[in-house]
Design a binder for this molecule. Structure first.
Ligand SMILES: C[S@@+](CC[C@H](N)C(=O)[O-])C[C@H]1O[C@@H](n2cnc3c(N)ncnc32)[C@H](O)[C@@H]1O
Length: 190
């Protein structure tokens, strides 16, 4: 799937995969899954929590280039976000990305009521997934999806989120056996 991208993007993605552990990036197969699902769903307003050096963000944004959408991505550490911004530029996706530096909880608390997302990718502090969900719920459109990485690799920390989404009648959730475990919840009503 990576072969679809221009040479510079392929080179950056291959380079970033060499430091995957250091920057806690998602696996290639998880990235390919997110890339596919955003295009299949024709998602337009995507939020990512946990940018790191931009590896997953590049895949999300490449999908959004095809749907005509936009990515907002949040990262706590300014140095990591600076690297991500540089990578977004090289991959020519910086024009459709709003990078936000700081605490995800802080940014989510101050989201204006009109901010709506049809796809959210959560890959930050596992213990905070439940709080991200509580703050995000009113911003998720009907038929919108929330994907959370590491729900199997960090099962205990993610459990409060998994229990909350599984017991919420407004959501249907499935846990996919991708490398770290990816939860995919669809909002079916509000
Ligand atoms: C697993 S890494 C993200 C990897 C990235 N999604 C990728 O696959 O390329 C998690 C990132 O979330 C950031 N992070 C953790 N807690 C955060 C918080 N509360 N607010 C914002 N960013 C946070 C960390 O600094 C780290 O860079």
């Amino acid at each position: 799937m990576i072969e679809k991208f221009d040479t510079q993007t392929q080179e950056i993605l291959f380079e970033l995969e060499k430091t995957q552990k250091q920057f806690w990036n998602i696996s290639r197969v998880t990235a390919e899954f997110l890339y596919t699902i955003i295009r299949t769903k024709n998602a337009k307003n995507v939020l990512e929590i946990g940018t790191s050096n931009g590896y997953s963000g590049i895949w999300l944004a490449k999908a959004l280039k095809e749907t005509g959408g936009h990515l907002t991505t949040i990262e706590f550490y300014d140095k990591r976000l600076d690297i991500a911004k540089e990578n977004f530029k090289i991959c020519k996706v910086d024009d459709i990305i709003t990078p936000l530096q700081g605490s995800a909880l802080m940014h989510l608390e101050y989201l204006p009521d009109y901010a709506k997302f049809d796809f959210v990718f959560i890959d930050a502090n596992k213990s905070e997934y439940i709080k991200y969900f509580e703050l995000l719920d009113k911003h998720i459109e009907i038929d919108g999806l929330i994907a959370c990485d590491n729900v199997l690799s960090h099962e205990e920390k993610c459990r409060p989120y998994i229990e909350a989404v599984n017991s919420n009648p407004n959501y249907e959730n499935v846990v996919l056996a991708l490398p770290a475990g990816l939860s995919l919840a669809k909002k079916i009503r509000s």
